[in-house]
Design a protein around this ligand. Structure first.
Ligand code: MN
Length: 178
């Protein structure tokens, strides 16, 4: 079932998803529902609850809301070819702003995530502009030191989909969702 489309001005908590995506290189796609789309960053090492970690997050193109539930195999040769699981999902709240789209445009957004794996306050901070020639924005993703912080927490220790319970290997072997 496709995720619910919401009218503009809906007040329900916005959603987020993190997809573990084994494309040419493994990364985790962190996507926040903002203004009717999924504003997205690719995080090569994945998000973590470890407040000492600073994770590179490369801004990538917005995705449609339908992508919230996407889990499966993207054919080789297509952009992002590889396998994808719904690694985490839930709702989120902006902190310190009621205009998260502007916060993203200004290069810094703080969020409280209410996921199954990810909890607590995260900051996304832009650190560099795209390089000439079509590079992407470089950001950092950090977990703040709050009661949800867990030193040493590694996303690779939590490899299963919160949608299906499957690993990327299991999705690759049988891409039809059970
Ligand atoms: Mn991706």
């Amino acid at each position: 079932m496709a995720p619910e489309r919401r009218p503009a001005g809906a007040t329900a908590a916005p959603r987020f998803v993190v997809q573990r995506h084994r494309a040419r290189r493994l990364h985790y796609d962190v996507r926040l529902e903002i203004g009717g789309v999924l504003v997205s960053w690719a995080v090569p090492k994945g998000p973590t609850l470890d407040p000492a970690a600073r994770r590179l997050a490369v801004r990538v193109e917005d995705h449609s809301i339908e992508h919230l539930d996407f889990e499966g195999v993207i054919r080789a040769g297509e952009p992002g070819g590889g396998d994808v699981i719904v690694w985490d999902r839930g709702t989120w709240e902006p902190q310190g702003t009621d205009d998260p789209a502007k916060a993203v445009a200004d290069g810094e957004v703080h969020v409280d995530l209410h996921g199954e794996k990810l909890q607590g306050r995260f900051a996304l901070v832009q650190t560099g502009r795209p390089q000439a020639g079509g590079g992407r924005e470089q950001w950092l993703l950090v977990h703040k030191r709050d009661r949800f912080a867990v030193p040493g927490w590694d996303p690779e220790d939590h490899p299963r989909s919160v949608r299906s319970g499957r690993t990327n290997d299991e999705v690759a072997a049988g891409p039809e969702a059970p």
